[in-house]
Design a protein around this ligand. Structure first.
Ligand code: 16G
Ligand code: MG
Length: 545
């Protein structure tokens, strides 16, 4: 076939370095940008084939999120804006690792296995972040698409969630919104303005938000969006990319991991601040108090605020819809306790990685999902959306129910349901705080986080650790879980688990307890157990104090 000849010719321009093996990991391929040109070309091919298979538009996003500037990566977006399915992740790995001369065979294998009709039209949307390597890498994706005769649309610089949104808009024939950045701003900002319009006594102080854009794409896009907010949200944008380096001592990951404010930002006591990550699909909030102590409000705090707000509205609206919060093992024990025992909200725990949370959230009428690190959104079932819509239009309901239904409808519209979205999450949180007339300090005191510690342990092969129960228990190596159980028993309100990282060659250790000293000591002792029982390499882990 003609198209295969074209591939042979073009793939020679995007050769695979001999011996390089990469895996489609938790969020796609990610490594030093210099190693990715062939991967991009091949993902262009794969996205085209996936488009033919699903008879829908597929997205390809070039980004390495919170990684350093010199890295890059790529992830595929499925028709409804969700992450590509697991079996196609395997196809991606196969195609990426085929030797240059075996590429056609690998591609044909996928086509055959998936029974693809190659005469079907294909359509691929491509987006990229602000990394200097992203321009040529996204061109390689486009080359891959055209090598197979697919149509492509290059959105250029967009956030990851914006690309997810475009794909969903396109495949729902505009029902989700218009597939342009302008359409994105209009949809989400209009909903925000509707939500906050009856909170007229907001002062300029309350409307003010300090934002750390991680020197990345999120900053650029917030600047573009600002006029749509009609001063109802006044953002002072820091780390906007004009000076600092991407993700360098700033951004959501830095703030969460370091538990301190980013550099390049002047924070006044009590001021509400937030940080995006490098592709704007993660957000965390924070403030410093009058004593200069830093307070982080992470994904768990956001999930709690959002689910409380939604549960109250559902009650006021008299709608019997099933709401749940989906978390991972990293969720602070206090948040889970508060949600289950005070809020009486159903909580489900699942494996790390957005796609797992997204999947579980789909089981409920209203599924609020957040990772502690700030990845998350809310999903509404079709039935839930319809019920809310009907109530909002019903002329025979009392004012309280009506008001709640209208707020719920606008809440749905301010949320990017395709994937966690820092911009949309920010608008949602800002709207809730405005409606509730709540300060960030008041939000923070809903519950108090248990002190916790995360550590990494280097082992010869992290795959020796196998986990179960949403990564909360280790099945192998033998004796490890028993050792952890015995260590946990020594401390109050303690919990600990270990899991192999999906993005780094390490084993991650998490511990929480009633005091920071206990959490630190427990994390260290568990690290030692991992080192001894799971083939630690290098020096033995040292105590933190
Ligand atoms: C990826 C995931 C993130 C997860 C992290 C865990 C997506 C879009 N991103 O960044 O959700 O928290 O991996 O990393 O799914 P780890 O396996 O190294 O701990
Ligand atoms: Mg990200």
């Amino acid at each position: 076939m003609a198209e295969f000849q074209e591939i042979s010719k073009l793939s020679a321009l995007h050769p695979k370095p001999v011996g390089l093996v990469l895996q489609y990991g938790t969020s796609g391929f990610r490594t030093n940008a210099k190693q990715l040109d062939h991967i991009m070309f091949r993902m262009g091919l794969l996205a085209t084939v996936r488009s033919k298979k699903t008879k829908a538009t597929i997205g390809v996003m070039v980004t390495a999120s919170h990684n350093p500037e010199e890295d890059n990566g790529v992830k595929l977006v499925d028709p409804m804006g969700e992450m590509v399915t697991q079996d196609w992740e395997e196809h991606a790995t196969q195609l990426a690792n085929a030797d240059q001369e075996d590429l056609l065979t690998a591609l044909k294998n996928i086509i055959e296995k998936e029974a693809i009709n190659m005469s079907q039209e294909a359509n691929v949307f491509v987006g990229k972040d602000t990394r200097s390597s992203s321009a040529s890498l996204s061109q390689a994706v486009l080359d891959g698409v055209s090598a197979l005769g697919g149509h492509s649309k290059d959105y250029g610089l967009v956030t990851t969630p914006q690309l997810h949104y475009m794909v969903c808009c396109q495949n729902t024939q505009g029902k989700y919104g218009e597939a342009t950045v302008e359409g994105y701003y209009t949809k989400f900002c209009q909903a925000f303005i509707q939500l906050t319009k009856n909170t007229s006594n907001r002062t300029d102080d309350q409307k003010h938000l300090c934002l750390d854009g991680a020197n990345g794409i999120g900053a650029l896009k917030v600047r573009e969006m600002e006029s749509h907010l009609k001063k109802e949200l006044q953002i002072s944008l820091n780390n906007d990319g004009s000076k600092g380096r991407l993700n360098h001592q700033c951004g959501a990951d830095y703030v969460k991991v370091q538990q301190k404010p980013p550099t390049g930002i002047q924070i006044n006591p009590g001021e509400r601040c937030c940080s995006f990550d490098g592709d704007a699909d993660r957000i965390v909030y924070y403030y410093t108090d009058s004593e200069g102590t830093f307070h982080l409000l992470d994904g768990d705090k956001m999930a709690t605020l959002i689910s409380t707000f939604l549960k109250e509205l559902l009650t006021q609206a008299g709608l019997d819809l099933k709401i749940a919060v989906v978390q991972t093992a990293y969720a602070n024990g206090s948040s889970t306790h508060y949600l289950e025992n005070t809020m009486k909200v159903l909580v489900r725990c699942t494996k790390t990685g957005v796609k797992h949370l997204h999947h579980v959230a789909q089981e409920f009428d209203v599924g609020v999902y957040f990772e502690a690190n700030g990845h998350g959104t809310v999903l509404f079932s079709k039935a839930a959306e319809e019920k809310i819509q009907q109530l909002a239009e019903d002329t025979n309901v009392n004012d309280e129910r009506k008001k709640a239904a209208l707020l719920l409808r606008n809440t749905i519209n301010v949320i990017n349901q395709t994937v966690g979205d820092a911009i949309s999450d920010m608008l949602l949180i800002e709207a809730i705080l405005a409606i509730k007339g709540m300060t960030i300090q008041q939000w923070d005191t809903i519950y108090t986080d248990l002190p916790n510690r995360q550590l990494k342990v280097k082992v010869a092969d992290r795959r020796v650790i196998d986990t179960t129960d949403a990564e909360r228990r280790a099945v192998t190596p033998a004796g490890l879980q028993e050792a952890i159980d015995n260590l946990v028993k020594k401390y109050k309100q303690a919990r600990s688990f270990v899991r192999p990282s999906g993005t780094e060659d390490v084993v991650r250790v998490y511990a929480e307890a009633d005091t920071q000293e206990s959490a630190d000591a427990l994390a260290h002792e568990v690290s030692l157990a991992v080192y001894r029982l799971a083939g630690g390499v290098g020096d033995e882990p040292k105590p933190l104090h």
